[in-house]
Design a protein around this ligand. Structure first.
Ligand code: 1GP
Length: 238
């Protein structure tokens, strides 16, 4: 079994920055998967994340079954809900939406997932998921019916509380297709406060934004939309 969390922590210690390509099973059709994953494999990406807010049952499973034979990169589930859990991945981000106050996404889905998780060998990684205003009403916001955070001190305290609760990663999320990515100022402030690895995603669509996120303290950046829209973006990151 791969130890995904340990690898992320080792990378943080050695200052090696990580990049996850997010595949939303709703948006990438199985026919296009092979060509897309070939590009991921020859890019600087270090992880593949799979998940979405509104994926139909079985679509994720079909994609994961195909994905396994196409890449050696670690495959991490980034599930929108309990139906997206599958054993055909290496790990799952066990996301608790700590920026919101909807019990379903703080603990409800987690309880429902246990009977499925018991049947898998997935590495379960408790992750404090913090939705931050990215200038657009995102799918996460609609599905979870929670408001994104805007105030820096509140974001920092939320991240710290998640760390104190024992979560192993913090994910600062501006939302898929966000107009504005999480600002460097917020990334820096959170990084100063917490000692667990920091994931940042949402709205990053060029090399400068990616570099800025890393410089500010992101350990792992997640990009989905920019690759979906323009596969030549992979070459621009070399
Ligand atoms: C969304 O953070 C990810 O959950 C990636 O966002 O699709 O905007 O890259 P983008």
């Amino acid at each position: 079994m791969r130890n995904i969390l340990k690898h992320i922590k080792t990378s943080v210690e050695s200052k090696t920055k990580l990049l996850a390509v997010l595949i939303d099973p709703d948006k990438l059709k199985t026919e296009a998967l092979s060509q897309f994953v070939n590009k991921v494999n020859s890019s600087i990406a270090t992880h593949i994340f799979v998940g979405g807010s509104t994926v139909e049952t079985d679509v994720t499973q079909r994609l994961l079954t195909a994905l396994r034979s196409l890449t050696n990169l670690p495959i991490v589930l980034f599930p929108g809900d309990v139906t997206q859990i599958s054993n055909d991945a290496d790990a799952i981000l066990f996301l608790s939406l700590v920026s919101g106050r909807n019990p379903e996404y703080l603990i409800g889905q987690h309880v429902k997932s246990v009977s499925t998780l018991r049947k898998t060998n997935l590495e379960v990684i408790p992750t404090g998921y913090i939705l931050i205003d990215g200038g657009k009403e995102t799918a996460t916001l609609k599905v979870t019916k929670t408001s994104p955070l805007t105030i820096k001190s509140e974001i920092v305290d939320t991240a710290k509380a998640a760390e104190l609760l024992g979560m192993k990663l913090i994910y600062l999320e501006a939302g898929s297709g966000a107009k504005q990515e999480v600002s460097s100022e917020i990334i820096k402030a959170v990084k100063q406060e917490v000692s667990i690895p920091l994931i940042v995603g949402g709205g990053i669509r060029n090399k400068t934004q990616l570099d800025n996120a890393y410089k500010a303290g992101a350990d792992l950046v997640v990009i989905g939309t920019a690759f979906e829209k323009d596969e030549s973006f992979f070459n621009k990151l070399k």
